[in-house]
Design a protein around this ligand. Structure first.
Ligand code: FAD
Length: 354
């Protein structure tokens, strides 16, 4: 199959680019390794409620995501912020009255962020999207690029866009091989949040709200270090979510981790918290389409992102990077995924004009 532009990766960045190309009536194909679209955006449905196991929030001052949500006819709501925050010290002692909701002012999306992915998918003709297609090899040809999938399918394109975390891109096999400086730059770019794991505990009643608590907790004891209310905009089921603070190497046994999470929920919010109707756990560090072995090193500070010089103009400008990690201003965030897809579109146009 021959296409003008092959987009590799169906996360927000790749899908936003695909939607732009679709509006312009251009020829392209998007391939996605997983059997679902969305990448780090992963939303679990429970009844009429939706719970985000990847990203949760976006913020004022992020123009692209605001515009996209508006265009797609979706609605945002405020992160729940009424009530006290709980603090758990290093000995597991619980303190109340140490402050209020810590993510006040953050926005969430009705239907979870998965609603963004479903709405974007509807803007792209079905024959231009292919899931369960993991690209393994990229070969430069006289007329463009040949991409070969894990199961041996070859796709020919004039140019290719890698809408992937850079460390995942570095795992592909390139022929001819990329310069060392390029491979090093790819590998050294930390994949934002790839080392993280998230737990979502779902309940029939928001008992913490009834007790005057916002659902926010900060813990020095763990395993969750930061907890927030994750309930839908209106109605239930209700939920609390937490980031797991234990390093990936120490949390590979999910059964033990679940027990520790439940024990912590009881310490913080009382016995009712120990009996969630569902406890979802998503460990991104062990997901091969997001993380590599380099992501077992936890990164706390937000890295400086952008398109490294060694990542520009690959294969004469026919191999272009997208994905949030190459966005100069909002790198790492959802907004960065959109910023990167805009920049990739501009580079595609330059490549076509040449
Ligand atoms: C736990 C967690 C919490 C977060 N919280 C927030 C938040 O609150 N707010 C915020 O703004 N951001 C947050 N983020 C970051 C946000 O999720 C990302 O910025 C955004 O989703 C990145 O989109 P992307 O398209 O650039 O990359 P990805 O979503 O990683 O998409 C890359 C895609 O490429 C696919 N792929 C991989 N290898 C191949 C291959 N060989 N062939 C074909 N396809 C392949 C993957 O399956 C994936 O679908 C969070 C992330 C995580 C993990």
């Amino acid at each position: 199959m021959l296409t003008e532009t092959l987009i590799i990766g169906g996360g927000l960045s790749g899908l936003a680019l695909a939607a732009q190309l679709a509006v312009q009536g251009r020829d392209f194909l998007l391939v996605e390794a997983r059997d679902r679209l969305g990448g780090r955006i992963l939303t679990q449905q429970e009844g009429t409620a939706h719970f985000d196991l990847g990203p949760t929030w976006f913020w004022p001052g992020q123009p692209r995501i605001a515009a996209l949500i508006h265009r797609l006819g979706l609605s945002r709501f405020d992160q729940f912020d009424q009530g006290e925050l709980i603090f758990e010290d290093e000995l597991g002692r619980v303190h109340r009255g140490r402050g209020y909701a810590s993510m006040q002012g953050s926005w969430r999306l009705e239907g979870g962020l998965g609603a963004l992915i479903s709405a974007l998918e509807k803007e792209i003709p079905g024959q231009r999207l292919r899931v369960s297609t993991r690209i393994q090899t990229l070969t430069r040809t006289a007329t463009g690029i040949k991409a070969t999938s894990e199961d041996g399918v070859s796709l020919l394109a004039r140019r290719g866009v890698l809408a992937l975390p850079p460390r995942i891109a570095a795992k592909l096999s390139f022929s001819p091989t990329l310069p060392n400086a390029t491979l090093t730059a790819l590998e050294e770019t930390v994949t934002w949040m790839a080392s993280q794991a998230k737990a979502v505990a779902v309940y029939d009643r928001p008992f913490w709200r009834e007790a005057g608590l916002s659902g926010d907790a900060m813990s020095r004891y763990g395993p969750m270090v930061e907890i927030h209310d994750a309930s839908p905009a209106t109605g239930g089921p209700y939920a609390l979510f937490g980031f797991i603070g234990v390093v990936p190497q120490a949390r590979s046994d999910q059964q033990i981790l679940r027990q520790q999470i439940q024990a912590q929920l009881i310490r913080l919010f009382g016995s009712e918290a120990g009996k969630p109707r569902e406890l979802y756990l998503k460990d991104w560090a062990y997901d091969r389409f997001t993380a590599t072995e380099l992501d077992t090193q936890v990164s706390h500070a937000h890295p400086q992102y952008g398109l490294h010089r060694a990542l520009d103009g690959l294969w004469g400008g026919d191999l272009i990077l997208a994905g949030t990690e190459v966005a100069p201003q909002f790198g790492g965030y959802l907004e960065g995924a959109l910023e990167a897809s805009e920049l990739a579109l501009a580079r595609l146009d330059i490549s076509i004009e040449r």
